[in-house]
Design a protein around this ligand. Structure first.
Ligand code: DAT
Length: 176
């Protein structure tokens, strides 16, 4: 069955603005926002925490089974928000947004969130080395991966407008 709406992955280093974008997009478009981190935590799809990094060691099979049981692949209209993207099957995904942020800005945002030491360092390195952008480009067709800046509130406004227009076009292209 053809999907009525596209599914969108929003990815990027912690602190780049995934939640900010995903929440507003979901509201504006009437899409369902899936915060994968929250689901992993709430449903216990993990094998505990990595002591040093303080992040969950995710049980990917359980997570994927759970996502498979939603209407994601049938109806679309989902926004998947996570700091990784390579585990979502290509057939689910119509657009991958990789948010990017200036490193000074990211440093301030992560410090404000209480990140320090190795956790702060690793996330800063990850942004500087564009780890998520490379992961997205390796995992999905080039034409569905977009890199967007998320330094300022104006960037968010522009990005939302752009993605909403893209969704309208997708609906026109996939109508019928
Ligand atoms: P993520 O979900 O990627 O971890 P977030 O949406 O929680 O990021 O944003 C982290 C913090 O930075 C939060 O206080 C909101 C702020 N922020 C995010 N994107 C921004 C932007 N483009 N301009 C200004 N502030 C932003």
């Amino acid at each position: 069955m053809a999907r009525k709406n596209p599914n969108i992955v929003i990815t990027g280093t912690p602190g780049v603005g995934k939640t900010t974008h995903a929440e507003q997009l979901a509201r504006n478009l009437g899409f369902k926002h899936l915060s994968i981190n929250q689901i992993v935590k709430d449903e216990g799809f993990h094998e505990g925490k990595d002591e040093e990094l303080g992040s969950w060691v995710v049980d990917e099979d359980k997570l994927l089974d759970h996502l498979e049981s939603t209407s994601l692949s049938a109806t679309g209209g989902y926004i998947l928000d996570w700091h990784a993207c390579d585990l979502f099957p290509e057939r689910w995904v119509d657009l991958v947004i990789v948010l990017r942020c200036d490193s000074t800005t990211l440093y301030d945002r992560l410090s404000a969130r209480g990140y320090k030491g190795k956790k702060l360092e690793e996330n800063m390195d990850s942004e500087i080395m564009q780890v998520l952008l490379d992961e997205a480009r390796e995992s999905y067709r080039e034409e569905i991966v977009v890199e967007l800046r998320s330094d300022t509130a104006e960037d968010v406004e522009e990005n939302l407008e752009r993605v909403e227009m893209w969704v309208e076009q997708w609906r026109r292209d996939n109508a019928g």
